[in-house]
Design a protein around this ligand. Structure first.
Ligand code: FEO
Length: 407
């Protein structure tokens, strides 16, 4: 189990999880990594651990460098169990002089593991810890994405250990941004942002502004998931600036479920209407596209048109699933509408419209309902709905840009 030196005397000692396919509702078709980092200095320091089943991998990698019992400090940047799951065993094994964490980190560690005998050393933003030649400076990032979250910065190496931020769920044998295909890398990073950080976008902007204000020079970003940014750490910072402003392009999503293909025919007509006004679109059948991939597509989409047939006076289950997931992630600055077929009661369009309104999606109309199978005139109405949505999306583009913090 070879470790990898990412900077002089700083090693990646994490674990690759090739087989995980679900991360609490987020599909991970290419697995993930749990990154941990070991700093060799007068005080040997481990930053984060790994998910519990990978504990032995972590210990074996560390053992290639030093006897794990020589570790002096364990820094817990984040208590979610994909990073802290091995903390109890590691503390038991190494008997650290300090378990370093944020104030909320201590609280969360106690609430998870109930061990008030651990040698907690609580740090707040701006506090430092001398390791020897190297220093660690701490930056609390509360609610990015848990209350306990913090980042660690080693100024001598201009290295930011960024916890969950700037990561991806992607297992690769490569460890650096310059070793992988950039298009795939940014697709994974965008999906990660859309599914985990989108709702905290205003906080992301504040943290990025704080980092700029503190004049922190960053030469490398080492997150707790995915690859290490050594060639272009500025690239992912700029992407976070863009994503956190929820800037979107001339792109629309037509998302639907269907029973007997009537709502599917309507979706296709809506798409044609969007395109006729110059807005690109993607049609996404909920039975074939995972919610977490749809949310990733939403990141740069300005318009969302959602369709469902009416079933049992309600909406299709997968439409409800998506609406629930979307609501939690709080997409901003979108326009949209609803559509769907029905047999006798026809509540689906109203239900979807209400849910979209609750999410502050600007609805362009009351939507289009079609009884059983659409006739040509019904499809013309769907085409016109697509045109209306497209015009509203283009109007957003030409409106003055809203003033945003940190921009
Ligand atoms: Fe990767 Fe929030 O844990």
């Amino acid at each position: 189990m070879a470790p990898l030196e990412i900077k002089k005397d700083i090693y990646w000692v994490g674990a690759l999880d090739w087989n995980v396919r679900d991360f609490h509702g987020y599909s991970t078709p290419k697995g993930t990594t749990y990154n941990a980092y070991l700093v060799i200095d007068e005080k040997i320091t481990l930053f984060d651990t790994v998910k519990k089943p990978f504990k032995n991998t972590l210990i074996e990698r560390i053992s290639e460098i030093i006897d794990p019992k020589k570790i002096d400090y364990l820094v817990v940047n984040h208590v979610e169990m994909d990073h802290s799951g091995s903390v109890p065993d590691i503390v038991e094994l190494i008997g650290p002089e300090k378990v370093v964490c944020s104030p909320m980190g201590k609280k969360a560690l106690l609430e998870h593991y109930h061990r008030d005998d651990w040698p907690f050393h609580v740090v707040e933003t701006g506090q430092t810890l001398k390791l020897g030649k190297k220093t660690v400076s701490f930056l609390e990032t509360r609610m990015l994405h848990w209350p306990d979250s913090m980042m660690s910065y080693i100024p001598e190496d201009k290295l930011l250990l960024s916890s969950d931020a700037f990561g991806e769920h992607w297992a690769t044998s490569q460890r650096f941004d310059d070793e992988v295909e950039p298009v795939e890398l940014y697709a994974h990073a965008a999906k990660y942002y859309a599914n985990i950080l989108l709702l905290y976008s205003p906080l992301v902007q504040k943290v990025l502004a704080k980092v700029a204000e503190m004049g922190i020079e960053i030469d490398m970003i080492a997150p707790d998931h995915g690859i290490v940014w050594r060639k272009d750490p500025g690239g992912i910072i700029r992407a976070y600036q863009r994503w956190s402003r929820q800037e979107s392009g001339r792109k629309a999503l037509v998302i639907y479920d269907t029973m007997w293909q009537a709502t599917e025919l309507m979706a296709n007509a809506v798409g044609e209407g969007l395109k006729s006004e110059g807005v690109d679109f993607k049609i996404l059948n909920l039975k074939l596209n995972h919610r977490s991939d749809i949310v990733a597509e939403m990141l740069d989409s300005r318009a969302l048109v959602l369709g469902s047939p009416t079933i049992n006076n309600g909406i299709m289950p997968m439409v409800g699933d998506l609406l629930t997931y979307m609501k939690g992630l709080r997409p901003a600055g979108k326009v949209g509408a609803a559509f769907g077929s029905y047999g006798w009661s026809g509540e689906a369009v109203k239900i979807i419209s209400e849910a979209m309104r609750e999410m502050n999606i600007n609805l362009v109309s009351e939507g289009v309902r079609v009884k059983y199978s659409p006739r040509k005139e019904d499809l013309d109405k769907c085409f016109e709905l697509g045109r209306q949505v497209a015009r509203a999306a283009l109007a957003v583009e030409t409106a003055p840009a809203p003033k945003r913090p940190g921009s």
